[in-house]
Design a protein around this ligand. Structure first.
Ligand SMILES: Nc1nc2c(ncn2[C@@H]2O[C@H](COP(=O)(O)OP(=O)(O)OP(=O)(O)O)[C@@H](O)[C@H]2O)c(=O)[nH]1
Ligand SMILES: [Mg+2]
Length: 173
């Protein structure tokens, strides 16, 4: 992207967390490459995928450092040692998996809060194209978002605009 003369540059450091299979890598790929991933679980050398992209919104230019992590329990200690660097945590669950939703409150949020007391959250319900298999209601999700004092958005790997909006709204000042 070419840089607009005089544009304000805003740096966003965001990490997507949540259980395995909720779609973190697919969303990250959509944001950074405009093409969803091919269903390969994040593991091995890819425990943390570090990506960079830019986009603009009005007079602001956003430089987005976006990390997508493995949702597998065995990588949790390594992942959590990186939490402090980020200013935004994107909490992803699959709207068809109650376990993945409950795991955010039980596991991911307490882990993050222990090591990064200042980051802001965004709660993301993914896989809205599978609405007929939904097991987590919008009301449940909104109630949790209210507890965390954060926004809740619903997306799928081919429709990510509400998530991008949250990344820019949060960082607009
Ligand atoms: N229908 C549907 N499938 C999706 C969506 N997002 C991801 N998937 C599928 O869900 C599976 C898991 O997606 P990933 O992006 O690999 O999930 P992840 O959260 O990165 O998983 P880990 O790397 O194991 O933590 C893959 O088969 C994806 O194709 C979506 O919005 N809709
Ligand atoms: Mg992944």
């Amino acid at each position: 992207m070419s840089r607009m003369a005089g544009a304000d540059v805003v740096v966003v450091k965001a990490m997507l967390v949540g259980d395995s299979n909720v779609g973190k890598t697919s969303l990250t790929d959509s944001i950074c490459r405009n093409r969803p991933n091919k269903g390969v679980s994040t593991t091995g050398v890819d425990v943390i995928n570090f990506r960079y992209t830019t986009f603009s919104n009005g007079p602001k230019e956003y430089h987005l450092y976006l990390s997508d992590v493995s949702g597998l329990q065995r990588h949790r200690d390594f992942i959590s040692s990186n939490y402090a660097w980020y200013n935004q945590m994107i909490l992803v669950f699959d709207i068809c998996s109650l376990d993945s939703f409950e795991s955010l409150e039980k596991n991911w949020v307490p882990d993050v809060q222990k090591l990064n007391s200042t980051c802001k959250f965004v709660l993301v319900g993914n896989k809205t194209d599978l609405m007929r298999y939904r097991t987590v209601s919008k009301e449940q999700a909104l109630e949790f978002a209210q507890k965390l004092d954060c926004a809740y958005v619903e997306v799928n790997s081919h429709f990510i605009d509400p998530l991008i909006d949250q990344m820019t709204i949060f960082n607009k000042d």
